[in-house]
Ligand binder design. Structure first.
Ligand code: ARG
Ligand code: ZN
Length: 882
């Protein structure tokens, strides 16, 4: 293909025209949809050039009419190509009427207006509005919208758009219409429309200033009993944002619609959120504890966007993290307050390291504020979202809770109703606190994960302890030299008994607390503690105070000591993970022998202690005892050596088996002691108990004995909630036995009419550790309930295979790779966004041993040499091949 155009931040120019009002009219039909738009347009007089033509974005549109101030425009006055409508010599202010024809029923990209499962809905972020009508489809053009929808009354009784319902009626016997108006100006990416045969649950929320807001969740008929948790989550989020940030909802109605066919999680359209049904629908029988948590989190995330994203929006797409990083930080804080702070932090850091760190070290590495892109959709990344949230978290830590709140207040005071930049945000934080964040800004512009090494020295004579930090950041694509960053490192010191020591830096006249925030500014920097009564064990990077790789060179003894004693739960967990990972990596690299009883003893003892602890929280215990996954081990190994997935698989399997064998009785007791007592509940304590019980079951499953199979079958058959049911099925799925086949069949028969539960059924099979599972997966592609057009199904069957089953995906035959390429090419023609996501699986090919490298490279070349490859896939694959 010819090289697609690259867009650069440095080329940003303000828009040449403003759109004050946007009046949309949709006539939804079965074979065509007519879209009429009337725009009130005004030249941007800040620009000196008054002759710039009006250029509107538009894609896959059939243009029917253009009128200026109600008069038809001759075709020599405008030009259309595949991306734009250009109109020359327009007046300074005028009304433009454009009518276009589109085919939502054929739109499989799930971007723009599309019809799936009999429901019309939209997804406009980032650049989908241009698939609906000609418009300046950029976030700095903010307009007031009204939207009239006409459709068949029987098929589409519900007609929704942003804002308030103004009017509705019948056009004839069969067709009805509804007119919506959104009083707030917004960019086109926040526009939404829904039409379908839906039902809703309704509730109310009274804001702190006393206004009553109607809350509605719209779903398909059969799902009406699965909306309660989402509604409760919404109300909690509304209250939390008032309490923590003083932010209130601003319209009289808040609507959420759940659809099955959706490219990502959910979308924050003003007053009308559209959700992947996965993040709305739940009842104990169909959703796991994790599902319940995810729903609460995503509902809150989209709600929080009403202020961070909608009221204050983006000047251009390079600023995406302004809304996403900040909103992820807000949803993380919310979840921490609703559940358990340390446990939330542990799981967030686990995913940051598993996905964002590799991204930041690979061919797609980009700054949190990217400098260029081919397809914006490819930049909804872990870096923009999760590293972006880490940046906000560091600011929060540096300025403190109150300072941060002051900064937020100033940000809204200055920028409400505007389209702004990450720079505006940082400036508000600085100005509200008289702080200096000049060097800190590098976090937005430098890609790559900084690495910190620490040298420590205790001086017996003076009772001083010094820590010397050295930072460096490896090169990234297009950026070889990096400057030293401002890195906040939270540190504590433990004495021999495992207690926190009071901390006093040289120069301070008395100790101040037991955790201190050290601010690194220079490449190498030394801090000296005084009055340190004995040689300490340091606890470095408490709470994961900065998104960096720490090379602290702890001995395994120190790690075990920190696992047993650190008062910072995050660091305690982290020490445990490093300890377990270290041993396994040494085995993979042949530095220690598998069967050495001392080695096993060294792992099993701290493991047993943690398992049997009566003072630790059960959720925390489950996290500590979840050994680093095969992919996590691969990432760690790849820092010094090539990855061999087969070897990693064998070692990890050996270790988990050895643990299961040694602690069989303990696991059995834990399993029994943590059975459901009384009614099923989704409070944090019950969730923790279930997670520990099912962790014990999964270790026991490693033993594959008839006795264990019986226990798992029993749990599977008796389970009254999905958490227990799927956990038992998961255990059986790895064991070759007739009970496995029966359970998989029974599960299907029980749940075949629930598409979300079937996603779990596909995923469990794709993750099965039974050798040769790829043949089963290929067979499942033809299952009547699988559809390549449904992104949830693709993620369940295809992505789970790569993610949950790395050793089979990376099988040396190359069959896993070929399978993936076939899916990518199939999806390329249907849904380029999803195809590009899938293609990212090959991003890390250079980290593998040579034969796998060669195989993956051949797949990448095959993809890029395929005719009609989409811009989305092209961007990912061409960068991977550099
Ligand atoms: N803004 C949405 C959110 O809340 C996600 C939109 C993703 N868009 C995309 N093209 N991938 O995170
Ligand atoms: Zn978001």
């Amino acid at each position: 293909m010819e090289k697609p155009e690259v867009k650069y931040l440095k080329d940003y120019r303000p828009p040449a025209y403003w759109i004050d009002n946007t009046e949309l009219n949709f006539d939804l039909q079965e074979t065509n949809t007519l879209v009429k738009s009337v725009l009130n347009i005004r030249r941007n007089n800040d620009l000196s050039d008054k002759t710039i033509p009006l250029v509107l974005d538009g894609k896959n549109l059939e243009l029917l009419f253009v009128k200026i101030d109600k008069k038809h425009l001759d075709s020599d006055k405008y030009q259309i190509n595949s991306e734009n409508l250009t109109i020359y010599d327009v007046p300074e202010s005028f009304s433009l009427e454009v009518t276009t024809k589109i085919q939502p029923q054929n739109n499989t990209s799930l971007e723009g207006l599309y019809k799936a499962g009999g429901i019309f809905c939209t997804q406009c972020e980032a650049e989908g509005f241009r698939k609906i009508t000609y418009f300046p489809d950029r976030p700095d053009v903010m307009s007031k919208y009204s939207c009239t929808i006409t459709a068949d009354r029987e098929k589409y009784p519900i007609l929704l758009s942003n804002g308030n319902l103004i009017n509705s009626g019948m056009t004839d016997q069969n067709r009805h219409w509804a007119q919506w108006e959104d009083p707030f100006k917004k960019p086109s990416y926040l526009f939404a429309l829904v039409a379908g045969d839906l039902v809703y649950i309704e509730d109310f929320y009274k804001t702190k200033s006393g206004r009553s807001v109607t809350l509605r969740i719209y779903v398909e008929h059969m799902n009406i009993d699965k909306c309660g948790h989402a509604m409760q989550s919404l109300k909690k989020a509304m209250k939390w944002d008032e309490d923590v940030f003083g932010l209130e909802y601003d319209l009289d109605i808040y609507m959420i619609v759940a659809v099955n066919d959706f490219n990502m999680g959910a979308m924050e359209n003003k007053g009308l959120n559209i959700f992947n049904s996965k993040y709305v629908l739940a009842k104990p029988e169909t959703a796991t504890d994790i599902d319940f948590w995810n729903i609460e989190r995503v509902i809150a995330h989209e709600y929080f966007h009403n202020w961070t994203g909608n009221r204050v929006t983006l000047k251009n797409w390079f600023q995406l993290s302004l809304k996403e990083g900040l909103t992820v930080f807000r949803d993380q804080e919310f979840s921490s307050d609703m559940t358990s702070r340390p446990v939330k932090r542990i799981s967030d850091v686990r995913s940051l390291r598993s996905f964002q760190f590799p991204e930041d070290a690979g061919p797609m590495a980009h700054p949190v504020r990217p400098e260029s892109y081919i397809e914006m959709d490819n930049f909804y990344t872990m870096t923009v979202y999760e590293k972006g949230a880490e940046i906000i978290r560091m600011i929060h830590r540096i300025l403190g809770k109150q300072g941060f709140r002051k900064g937020m207040n100033l940000y809204f005071k200055r920028h409400d109703g505007q389209a702004v930049t990450t720079e505006d945000f940082v400036k508000a934080m600085e100005d509200a606190n008289q702080a200096d964040l000049r060097q800190f800004r590098l976090w937005y512009s430098q890609a790559g994960t900084p690495e910190i090494s620490v040298k420590r020295a205790y001086n017996h004579k003076n009772k001083t302890y010094s820590m010397t930090f050295t930072q460096k950041c490896p090169p990234s694509p297009g950026m070889s030299e990096k400057k030293a960053m401002h890195i906040p490192v939270a540190v504590g010191l433990l004495d021999k008994a495992g207690n926190d020591m009071p901390l006093q830096l040289a120069g301070q006249d008395k100790p101040e607390g037991t955790t201190i925030l050290l601010n690194l500014y220079k490449t190498t920097q030394t801090f000296e503690f005084v009055n340190v009564y004995e040689p300490p064990v340091p606890s470095i990077l408490r709470g994961f105070s900065a998104p960096v790789k720490l090379r602290a060179e702890y001995t395994s003894r120190e790690q075990a000591f920190l696992l047993a004693n650190d008062s910072d739960e995050f660091h305690r967990w982290d020490s445990g993970q490093r300890f377990f990972a270290g041993t396994m990596i040494n085995m993979v690299q042949g530095k220690i022998k598998n069967h050495d009883p001392d080695v096993l003893g060294a792992i099993i003892e701290p493991f047993r202690k943690t398992l049997l602890s009566t003072e630790l929280d059960k959720a925390f215990i489950s996290h500590v005892l979840t050994l680093p996954s095969e992919s996590e081990l691969g990432i760690l190994i790849s820092e010094t050596a090539p990855i061999d997935p087969e070897l990693i698989h064998q070692v990890r399997r050996f270790i988990t088996h050895a643990i299961a064998k040694a602690l069989k009785n303990d696991f059995e007791r834990i399993y029994q002691d943590n059975q459901e007592k009384g009614l099923y509940n989704i409070d944090a304590e019950s969730i923790a108990r279930r997670s520990l019980k099912n962790l014990a079951l999964s270790y026991l499953g490693m033993l594959e004995t008839p006795e264990i199979i019986k226990i798992a079958c029993n749990q599977f058959n008796k389970a009254e909630n999905m958490t227990d049911e799927i956990a038992a099925l998961g255990v059986l799925s790895h064991i070759q036995c007739s009970e496995r086949e029966k359970a998989i069949d029974d599960f299907y028969q029980k749940w075949k009419s629930d598409t979300l539960v079937l996603d779990k059924w596909f995923a469990i099979q794709a993750g099965s550790q039974i050798p040769g599972i790829i043949d089963k997966i290929k067979e499942l592609l033809n299952h009547p309930d699988f559809s390549i057009k449904n992104p949830n199904k693709v993620r369940a069957l295809v992505s789970s295979f790569c993610g949950m089953n790395p050793w089979q995906f990376h099988h040396i035959s190359g069959n896993g790779y070929k399978f993936m390429t076939d899916r990518i090419l199939e999806l390329n023609a249907i849904n380029p966004q999803i195809a590009a996501r899938m293609a990212g699986i090959f991003n890390h090919w250079k980290k593998y041993e040579p034969s796998r490298q060669k195989l993956m490279k051949a797949e990448l070349e095959k993809i890029i040499n395929t005719p009609d490859i989409s811009r989305h896939v092209y961007e990912i694959v061409s960068k991977a091949l550099v």
